[in-house]
Structure formats: structure tokens, C-alpha cells
Design a protein around this ligand. Structure first.
Ligand SMILES: Cc1ncc(COP(=O)(O)O)c(C=O)c1O
Length: 461
């Protein structure tokens, strides 16, 4: 007699449709094996191993151009300063610099990288709440724009500039209250007089400071352009106060935070879902450029508008290809697959529902067979879940899966936890090029040593 399977109760599953867009109405469940912009993913995995980050040069350049053009406006000089920490693979930064981007850096290490890639100091914006004296000295000498975060840093900047005998190009980072989740950790507060006090201190510092900019970075993955309208009002008001003191700011820097094509998990999204997409940046540009182009009294005749996008430029240019290494039926939960890439490589899976697609030569067949499946990573950790529910066709062992929009904060925040990190290839005008090789054991343990007294006889380390 055939062996009976244990009874498992049927489950009803609500599959939330994605926002209606031109080419996408529901969660994509299957994609072609050969993708328009990166070619044959299976072949790439065979050649470079799995998992594998794949950068599409074409998409990266297109994202940059579309962002730049969206924020360009008459009467304003628009500068796009790429936020390095989002993804500082040297090849990525180099492409964006080739396109005309400046560098926005938040540490001496990033500053040094930008310089080593050939970015002149005058095209570097140095942000962040902690800058060492020697880093400030270098930035002053090389004429970078230093956005000051706090009063201690302001004092330090004056003393470093005075010691060098060189005027520092500087701006002030401003914060303001906007709803419950305001980013008030950074900068001087506009609401309580702190920003005004900072202007007075700048004035007092006299010839050691050249006050050029007001800066605000209001948060990340902002889904409501209104916060940028508020930022514009705040920065313009402070710029006017600065002019009343005889200071002459000409740069309005609105930081980053513009959304990418990723989809926030419902817990982090606005009710009903924001349906954010990089195509929808125009309202963000209007919120900023509209008021700024009328702000002659604050930022002068021809203001420079600086934007520091990160995720809006790089997110969609990267995919992570990985492989199904096991399949499971989890009691009371349904089907799951384990893949060889986890939250160590896609930390953003904690707050995004990344698109996860199967590669398939027969999209129709795969779509008809699609069902909700949990996608787990390979780490020995309960939290290593890439998607609680992805809609996927039947998976065989060894099937490739593609995780989309992993360009931002995945590689820079990836962890050497349990598994070495994968290679990164770029597919572009020159075919396939390796832009980061796969990590090896000695990359991970090469910095370590064992004191001789602890070394066991058989140790080969
Ligand atoms: C000062 C500053 N600028 C720009 C960015 C880039 O942000 P995003 O990737 O959200 O555009 C960040 C990131 O938090 C930041 O702190």
C-alpha cells in the first residue's frame, strides 16, 4: 500500500499585489535565464561561483543620468555627490565619477578612497559626526567642503585651520523636528536656536572659516517629498539669518534619502504601501528646486544645489544571484528553500521585501506553477530569512535565484560571518569584468595570530 503523508491543514494565503506600474502588476515569480542587461545568469554562476553579486553598468549609468536630469533646474547649479558609504566598490565610484558625480564621504577612509580614485578635494563633501584632526587638516589643505556636525567639531575645525594658517571651506549640518522619527542626532537644531548660535560662532572665528553651505540629510528611504519642502524652508530661513550677519552661503545641500525601487516591508512602510520607485523622483525634485530657485535672499543669485543620493543611484544596478541548496516543508508554515546567500550578504532583507525571482526558460509555465515559498539563507541563525513569502515556481536543487535591488548598503554592510563573501562582477560595455574577487580564508584570518604559548602541536594556522 502506498505510504500516506501526514495530514497538513490547508492554508489561505493573502498575496499582496505590488504597486501597479507599467511593466509590473504582481510579484514577479519567474524571469528569463538571460536578462537584458547582464546576460545569462546561470553561465555567470558557473564561471564565478555562487553566490555572486552582479552589477549592470548600463543600469548604473542610466540611474545616475536620470537622477541628475530630474534635479536639474534653470537658475540653479546642481551637483550630485555620491554617498560613498552606500556602496564604495572602487569600480562603482569610478563609474559615477566618470558620469560627473562628486564624492560625499563620512570618514577619513572614504575621503582617502575618493582621493585615490582621482577626485579633487574641491569635489569632496566631508560629512559625518566624527572627523579626526589629521583628517580635517587634509580636507582643509585640499579645499574639500567640510560640513560641521556639532560645536566641539566647530571649535576643532577653527583650531586646526588656525594652526595650518589656512581658511577652511565649511558648512553647517542642520536638523529640525519633523514628525516622530526626525534625524536629530546629526547637526545643529534649527528649532531651538542652536543653528543661529553656530552662525554667530562662525562669524566670530573670522578668517579661519569660509562659510559656504547649509546641509540637511533628513533620513533614508523617505517616501514623502514633503520633508524636503520643509528642509528647504528651514535652510532658506537660516541662510537669510546668515546673510544678516554678513555671511554669504551659496550652497544648499539636501543630503540623500531618496527612495529606490525597493519595497519596504509593511511594518516600515506607510499604511497601504508607498509603492516607491526610482521613477517617481520628480516630486522630490520639485519640493527642493521650487523654493530654492526663489531663494536669492538666502543663497545668492545662483545657488548651488547639492544632493547626496546613495540608494536611489545604486540599488537597482545590483542583483545577487544565488543557488537553492535545500528544500523543506516546514510544519504549519509551508514550503521553504534554503539558498547559499543570506542576510550576511543582504542585510537590507530585514526591512525590504526584495524581489526574488527564479530564472526560467519558460516564464509562462513557471508562473502558472508559482506558489508562496519562504526563502532562508545558509547561516545558522533563526533570523537568516531573505523573504518570509516569495512567489516562486517549483524549485529543484541547484536552481538559481536572483535577488533584486541589492546595490545599496548590502556590500558595504555585508558580514564575514560564517561564510566568506562572494565575488562581484560587472556586466557592461566590455563584457563581464570581475570588480571584486571572492574572499578567501586568508582575507578573513590573515590579520590574526596565535600567541606561541597557545599553539597546539598539530596547528597549521
Ligand atoms: C549625510 C548623508 N548623505 C547621504 C546619505 C545617503 O542616503 P541614501 O542612501 O538614503 O540616499 C546618507 C545616508 O544615510 C547620509 O548620512
Amino acid at each position: 500500500m502506498a505510504k500516506r503523508l501526514p495530514y497538513s491543514a490547508p492554508r489561505l494565503e493573502l498575496i499582496t499585489p505590488r504597486s501597479m506600474q507599467k511593466h509590473r502588476t504582481v510579484e514577479i515569480s519567474a524571469a528569463e535565464t538571460v536578462l537584458d542587461d547582464v546576460g545569462d545568469v546561470k553561465a555567470l554562476l558557473r564561471e564565478f561561483g555562487s553566490p555572486l553579486y552582479i552589477l549592470s553598468e548600463k543600469v548604473l549609468r542610466a540611474q545616475y543620468r536620470s537622477f541628475r536630469d530630474t534635479f536639474a533646474a534653470p537658475g540653479v547649479d546642481t551637483v550630485v555627490a555620491y554617498s560613498y558609504k552606500t556602496n564604495y566598490l572602487p569600480a562603482v565610484c569610478s563609474i559615477l565619477h566618470q558620469e560627473g558625480a562628486w564624492a560625499e564621504v563620512v570618514s577619513g577612509m572614504e575621503y582617502d578612497l575618493a582621493r585615490s580614485l582621482g577626485v579633487p578635494g574641491a569635489k569632496i563633501i566631508f560629512n559625518g559626526p566624527y572627523k579626526r584632526p589629521e583628517e580635517l587638516a587634509r580636507a582643509i589643505k585640499e579645499k574639500a567642503l567640510i560640513n560641521v556636525d556639532n560645536f566641539d567639531e566647530l571649535d576643532l575645525l577653527v583650531s586646526v585651520a588656525e594652526n595650518l594658517g589656512i581658511e577652511a571651506r565649511m558648512g553647517l549640518r542642520i536638523n529640525f523636528q519633523y514628525g516622530r522619527q526626525s534625524w536629530t542626532k546629526f547637526g545643529m537644531n534649527a528649532d531651538n536656536g542652536e543653528a543661529l548660535e553656530a552662525l554667530h560662532r562662525i562669524k566670530k572665528a573670522g578668517r579661519w572659516l569660509r562659510f559656504e553651505a547649509l546641509h540637511n540629510h533628513s533620513g533614508t528611504f523617505q517616501v514623502d517629498p514633503d520633508i524636503y519642502s520643509r528642509a528647504a524652508q528651514v535652510l532658506i530661513a537660516i541662510a537669510k539669518s546668515a546673510r544678516a550677519l554678513g555671511l554669504t552661503p551659496g550652497i544648499a545641500d539636501f543630503g540623500g534619502g531618496y527612495p529606490s525601487n525597493n519595497r519596504l516591508k509593511p511594518a516600515f512602510d506607510v499604511p497601504g504601501g508607498s509603492g516607491s520607485s526610482g521613477q517617481f523622483l520628480a516630486p522630490f525634485a520639485e519640493a527642493i528646486v521650487g523654493p530654492l530657485s526663489k531663494a536669492r535672499k538666502g543663497f545668492g543669485e545662483r545657488p548651488t544645489l547639492v544632493l547626496e543620493p546613495g540608494r536611489a543611484l545604486v540599488d537597482t544596478a545590483f542583483r545577487l544571484a544565488c543557488t537553492v541548496v535545500a528544500r523543506k516543508n516546514i510544519a504549519g508554515q509551508g514550503e521553504a528553500v534554503i539558498v547559499d546567500a543570506g542576510v550576511n550578504l543582504v542585510p537590507t532583507a530585514y526591512w525590504y521585501d526584495h524581489g526574488i525571482n527564479a530564472t526560467s526558460n519558460n516564464e509562462l509555465q513557471a508562473t502558472l506553477a508559482a506558489k508562496p515559498v519562504a526563502v532562508f539563507g545558509p547561516l545558522c541563525m533563526q533570523v537568516d530569512v531573505l523573504r518570509e513569502r516569495a512567489v516562486l515556481p517549483n524549485m529543484s536543487l541547484g536552481s538559481p535565484l536572483i535577488i533584486s535591488n541589492v546595490g545599496a548598503y548590502c556590500i558595504t554592510q555585508s558580514m564575514q560571518f560564517i561564510q566568506p563573501r562572494p565575488a562581484v562582477v560587472m556586466v557592461g560595455s566590455q563584457g563581464v569584468e570581475v570588480i571584486r574577487r571572492r574572499e578567501t580564508r586568508s582575507d578573513i584570518f590573515g590579520m590574526d595570530s596565535i600567541p606561541p604559548r597557545l599553539r597546539s602541536k598539530g596547528a597549521t594556522f
